[in-house]
Ligand binder design. Structure first.
Ligand SMILES: Nc1ncnc2c1ncn2[C@@H]1O[C@H](COP(=O)(O)OP(=O)(O)OP(=O)(O)O)[C@@H](O)[C@H]1O
Length: 264
């Protein structure tokens, strides 16, 4: 699909984030790798988007550039109307803290803090008071009410990821970026996290971008964007796990690999 079609495709609402002609180059000479090679795309507000592609296709690099954790070699990233390339370090730190939520594969919780304190941490760092109603809504949505006094070591992997997901949402960020959030979980715990992310999109209008290797995880989203070799090579609206698997097989046949998205 030509890139102009990719740019036109998403929802009628203005995008929550977008990339324009992103290039990210690592190394020089023979070691030069273009991890992103002219990527343009939009993430619609209130949409749940999956980013898939083989190992090394540029998914994490895209996510990190979009989330202001890394800077592209050239091109522009916009969060709402704000061009990140125009911001200095302090403004970027503030933007990450106030406008973006993160969920990582390794839950990244503070071991000495309780679940409640972990969830409230981004607000505490920002000097903001939690909105009690919103805090309660998020905690109830992840089903953590009875676990708020526990420390991460006293929680299962699935519960820890639910704490991390609640932490990402509690500051009402414009976009939540989730990097393989179910990668360390068994399928039941993974399904709970995905159901929560889905619910936060449907109930709260949250915008979520999720990197995943898992077709069933992608089946929870509104749209899947496929990367290969630093390019967007395809996308799928209203995906089901089955349609994602079929698309993966077709893309794999095109590039002569059996499992382009699973990749490993
Ligand atoms: N810091 C770095 N220095 C040099 N090359 C890098 C660096 N980070 C990533 N790359 C290269 O950029 C390309 C894209 O990497 P990236 O991590 O974005 O891929 P990915 O799709 O997220 O892979 P995976 O599914 O394995 O996590 C790869 O070829 C990788 O080796």
């Amino acid at each position: 699909m030509p890139e102009s079609d990719v740019l036109r495709m998403p929802s009628t609402r203005p995008p929550a984030a977008r990339a324009v002609d992103l290039l990210k180059v690592y190394g020089e000479g023979a070691a030069r790798v273009a991890a992103l090679d002219g990527v343009s795309l939009e993430f619609g507000a209130g949409e749940f988007t999956a980013v898939m592609g083989p190992s090394g296709s540029g998914k994490s690099t895209l996510m990190h550039c979009m989330a202001a954790l890394d800077t592209p070699t050239s091109g522009h990233v916009y969060l709402g109307d704000v061009d990140l390339s125009g911001l200095g370090d302090k403004a970027l730190t503030r933007l990450r803290r106030d406008r973006i939520g993160f969920v990582f594969q390794a839950f990244n919780l503070v071991p000495t803090l309780t679940a409640r304190e972990n969830i409230e941490l981004p607000l505490a760092v920002a000097g903001r008071r939690p909105d009690r109603d919103w805090f309660d809504a998020v905690v109830d949505a992840v089903g953590l009410r009875e676990r708020l006094g526990h420390r991460p070591g006293e929680l299962s992997g699935g519960e820890q990821q639910r704490v991390a997901s609640a932490r990402a949402l509690v500051s009402r960020p414009e976009v939540v970026f989730a990097d393989e959030p179910t990668g360390n979980l068994d399928s039941n715990a993974g399904a709970e996290i995905l159901a929560f992310l889905r619910e936060s999109v449907d109930e709260f209008g949250q915008t979520i971008v999720m990197v995943t290797h898992d077709a069933s995880a992608a089946g929870y989203t509104d749209r899947v964007v496929f990367l290969a070799d630093g390019h967007i090579v395809d996308e799928l609206a209203d995906p089901t796990a089955q349609r994602v698997l079929e698309k993966m097989a077709r893309l794999g046949a095109d590039v002569g690999e059996p499992h382009p998205v699973l990749g490993r």
